[in-house]
Design a protein around this ligand. Structure first.
Ligand SMILES: Nc1ncnc2c1ncn2[C@@H]1O[C@H](COP(=O)(O)OP(=O)(O)OP(=O)(O)O)[C@@H](O)[C@H]1O
Ligand SMILES: [Mg+2]
Length: 405
C-alpha cells in the first residue's frame, strides 16, 4: 500500500496520522512546502520519501510536481486530513484514476454555500442563505433573509472573518471588513447551543460517531480574548436531546456522498429542540478533537483512520467511557508568560481525571490566540459523569489564570 499524504507535518497533529499510516503498513510519500531539512524529527520515521514543493496552495503546480516525482511508481491512495488539502487530494486522485472521493464530492464538503444547497436538497434543515459577491448583493440578501444574520467566507476556517450582523449599519461595517474576500455566505442567524458531529466512515457509514458540545459558541470564543474555550465530548450519545442532531448528521453524510475517512460537522440545537445544520468538512476536526475522541473511548483513531483509508477496515473499540473536556487557556497581557495561578489547586482537586496538562510555562512567548485555538496551552480532563466533567472544565476556565508581560 503506497500512500501520498499531503501536508504530513502541518498542522502538527498531522504527524499522528502519518504515524497511523506507517503503523498499518503503508509506505507514506509526504508532500508539503516545508524544506526537507526543516521537517520535524517526529514525522521522519513515518515517511518513505518526501517532496518539497515551493507553494502547497498552488494546485496546478503541485499536481505537476507530484506527478513528475512519482512517475514510474505505482500509488494506491492520495490522502489529506488538513482542510485546504482536501480538494487537491481529490484532484490528484482523479488525475491518476484512483479510488476515493471525487473532486465534485470534495467541493460539497468545502464550499459552504454548495454544501448547504446539497443538504437542503435532501430535505434537511439548513440556515437560509445566499452566496454574495458585492455589497449590493449582500444588502439584497439581508433584505430577503432578515436580521440577525451571519456573514462569512465561503471557504473559511477558525471563524475568521465571520460576523454576526444585527442591523443595516452593522451590515455596512461587516461589508467593509470583508473587502478582499471575493465570495461571502450571507445566512440566517441560528440561535442555539452548538455541537459537533464527528465521524469516521467506511463508504459513508460511520464506524465511529461522536458529539462534542462547545462552551461558549465558537463565534464568541473568537470574539473575546478573555474566554477560555471549552469543548466536551458527550459520553451518552443515546440521550434524547441529541437524537435530532445525530440523525441529521447521518443524513448529511449520505446527501453529500461521503466515502471513507473522517468528517467534522457542526450543528445547532435551538431552544425549541430543532437540530439545524451548520457546516461540515471531509476531514477530522482540528484543535484537539481527535485526541478527545481517543480519550473518550481509549482508542487510537489516528491509526484506525489509516486502516479505514487504506483497507476500509476498522479494528478499534469505540465504546464511550468518558465525557472528555479540553480547556484552552489565554494569558492576560502581552509578551512572555510570567505566572500561572490556580493550576496546582485545580490539579489537586481533579486528581486522576486530568489526562493532559500542556499550559505554556513562565518564560514562554504567548501564542497568537486569533491564529490558533491552542492559544497559551490546554488541559484535558475526563469523567464518566457529564456534570463532573463540566464542573472540572468550568473550574479550569475560571480559576486558572495565566499572566504575561
Ligand atoms: N447561521 C449561523 N447562525 C448562528 N451562528 C453562526 C452561523 N454561521 C456561523 N455561525 C457562528 O460562527 C462560527 C463560525 O462559523 P463556521 O463554523 O461556518 O466557520 P468556520 O470559519 O469554518 O469555523 P471553524 O473553523 O471555527 O469551525 C460558528 O461556529 C457559529 O458560532
Ligand atoms: Mg465551524
Amino acid at each position: 500500500m503506497r500512500v501520498v499524504f499531503l501536508s504530513p507535518a502541518y498542522p502538527p497533529e498531522m504527524v499522528e496520522y502519518a504515524r497511523g499510516l506507517a503503523e498499518v503498513g503503508a509506505e507514506v510519500y509526504g508532500v508539503a512546502d516545508t524544506p526537507r531539512d526543516q521537517l520535524p524529527a517526529a514525522v521522519r520515521p513515518y515517511l518513505r520519501d518526501y517532496l518539497h514543493v515551493p507553494r502547497i496552495m498552488d494546485e496546478v503546480d503541485v499536481m505537476d510536481r507530484v506527478s513528475a516525482w512519482l512517475r514510474g511508481r505505482s500509488i494506491d491512495r492520495v490522502l489529506a486530513n488538513w482542510e485546504p488539502m482536501v480538494e487537491l487530494a481529490a484532484r490528484l486522485r482523479e488525475r491518476w484514476g484512483m479510488p476515493g472521493m471525487s473532486y465534485d464530492t470534495a467541493r460539497g464538503f468545502r464550499d459552504k454555500q454548495l454544501m448547504k444547497e446539497r443538504v437542503a436538497a435532501a430535505g434537511l434543515r439548513v440556515p437560509r442563505s445566499r452566496r454574495v459577491h458585492t455589497a449590493h448583493e449582500a444588502r439584497a440578501a439581508a433584505e430577503e433573509i432578515g436580521y440577525p444574520l451571519i456573514l462569512k467566507p465561503i471557504a473559511g476556517a477558525g471563524s475568521a472573518d465571520t460576523f454576526r450582523v444585527d442591523s443595516q449599519g452593522e451590515l455596512d461595517a461587516a461589508i467593509r471588513s470583508l473587502v478582499g474576500v471575493p465570495v461571502v455566505s450571507c445566512e440566517e442567524y441560528i440561535d442555539g447551543q452548538e455541537y459537533t458531529f464527528d465521524t469516521l466512515c467506511i463508504a459513508g457509514k460511520p464506524v465511529v460517531e461522536s458529539v462534542m458540545a462547545y462552551f461558549p459558541k465558537p463565534l464568541e470564543m473568537r470574539m473575546h480574548e478573555w474566554v477560555s474555550p471549552i469543548g466536551i465530548t458527550v459520553r451518552d450519545m443515546e440521550q434524547e436531546s441529541l437524537q435530532g442532531g445525530i440523525t441529521l448528521g447521518r443524513q448529511v453524510l449520505s446527501a453529500l456522498g461521503m466515502g471513507d475517512g473522517f468528517t467534522h460537522m457542526e450543528w445547532f440545537l435551538t431552544s425549541s429542540g430543532e437540530a439545524v445544520f451548520g457546516e461540515i468538512g471531509a476531514r477530522p476536526g482540528g484543535a484537539k478533537i481527535v485526541d478527545q475522541m481517543n480519550y473518550t473511548c481509549d482508542v487510537d483513531l489516528f491509526r484506525e483512520w489509516a486502516r479505514v483509508a487504506c483497507y476500509q477496515s476498522f479494528e478499534g473499540h469505540a465504546e464511550r467511557k468518558y465525557n472528555t473536556a479540553v480547556i484552552f487557556k489565554r494569558a492576560q497581557g502581552h509578551g512572555r508568560i510570567t505566572r500561572i495561578d490556580g493550576l496546582t489547586e485545580w490539579l489537586r482537586a481533579c486528581g486522576p481525571w486530568v489526562v493532559e496538562e500542556r499550559l505554556l510555562r513562565p518564560g514562554a512567548l504567548r501564542r497568537d490566540w486569533k491564529q490558533t485555538l491552542l492559544s497559551d496551552g490546554w488541559l484535558v480532563v475526563r469523567h464518566p459523569e457529564w456534570n463532573e466533567a463540566l464542573q472540572m472544565a468550568q473550574a479550569a476556565a475560571s480559576k486558572i489564570r495565566i499572566y504575561a508581560q
